[in-house]
Design a protein around this ligand. Structure first.
Ligand code: FAD
Length: 198
């Protein structure tokens, strides 16, 4: 499944009802084992929202066939407020970046290929170079020099990242996270808490 599909806008050459059918069938395919990651919930929501947008577009009977020309489906749509939001602050970038990194680590292979390991190390080095808060980046570069990314296994990567995050937490006077696989998986992979069931 591709990102362009989830927007509901880029399914090539479709009439509105074909678009609807494609979205509906994509949504159906997301119930199985392939979709057991929490991040998949957002994809399901995006598909459901796209389906609703198509159903609302002129000439489409929800769940049915075209009754007119609804080929573009985007002409009169207002620009969502979020498209005009302010650039992120340092804390927003930080929290979003940690979310991405810990979630990537949580789903990193148990037995990565040599290429997986290389790419993950390069990714972390690139992050340290290009992280868009210059003094954070400079400290992170030093930290990564002292303790290079451990990419041999999923557990190695999760624990390394947790330690790196704790270095920053310590510097900022924040509470340290308990770096065990149980706690990390509970936070970043699959939570047992009912509040996290969607
Ligand atoms: C590489 C990097 C370097 C940074 N360097 C700086 C810096 O030098 N100065 C600065 O002011 N800010 C820095 N930041 C941002 C800073 O770390 C925080 O992201 C920011 O202060 C917002 O904090 P927060 O309270 O939202 O929680 P965050 O620290 O962003 O944490 C988000 C969530 O991660 C979980 N968590 C916390 N610690 C861990 C851990 N060790 N392992 C796993 N999960 C954990 C918690 O659930 C927490 O709510 C950096 C961010 C990154 C990604």
């Amino acid at each position: 499944m591709t990102a362009s599909n989830s927007s509901g806008d880029n399914i090539k050459g479709s009439s509105a009802s074909n678009k609807r059918d494609s979205l509906a069938s994509l949504l159906k395919t997301m119930g199985g084992d392939d979709c057991d990651r929490p991040a998949c919930d957002d994809t399901k929501s995006a598909l459901t929202a796209a389906l609703r947008r198509v159903d609302r577009s002129p000439g489409v009977v929800p769940g049915g066939a075209d009754v007119g020309d609804a080929s573009s489906g985007r002409s009169a749509a207002a620009v969502p407020d979020s498209y005009r939001a302010c650039p992120p602050t340092r804390d927003e970038i930080g929290a979003s970046t940690w979310s991405l990194l810990h979630t990537m680590a949580a789903w990193y292979p148990n037995k990565p290929t040599r290429e997986d390991k290389q790419l993950m190390s390069t990714f972390m080095m690139a992050l340290a170079r290009f992280y868009p808060c210059t003094w954070c980046a400079s400290d992170f570069q030093n930290n990564v020099q002292l303790s290079p990314p451990r990419t041999e296994t999923r557990e190695d990567l999760c624990l390394w990242l947790c330690e790196q995050h704790n270095v920053v937490n310590g510097k900022l006077g924040k509470q340290l996270f308990n770096c065990t696989m149980n706690d990390l998986d509970e936070r970043w992979r699959k939570s047992s808490s009912s509040k996290c069931q969607k």
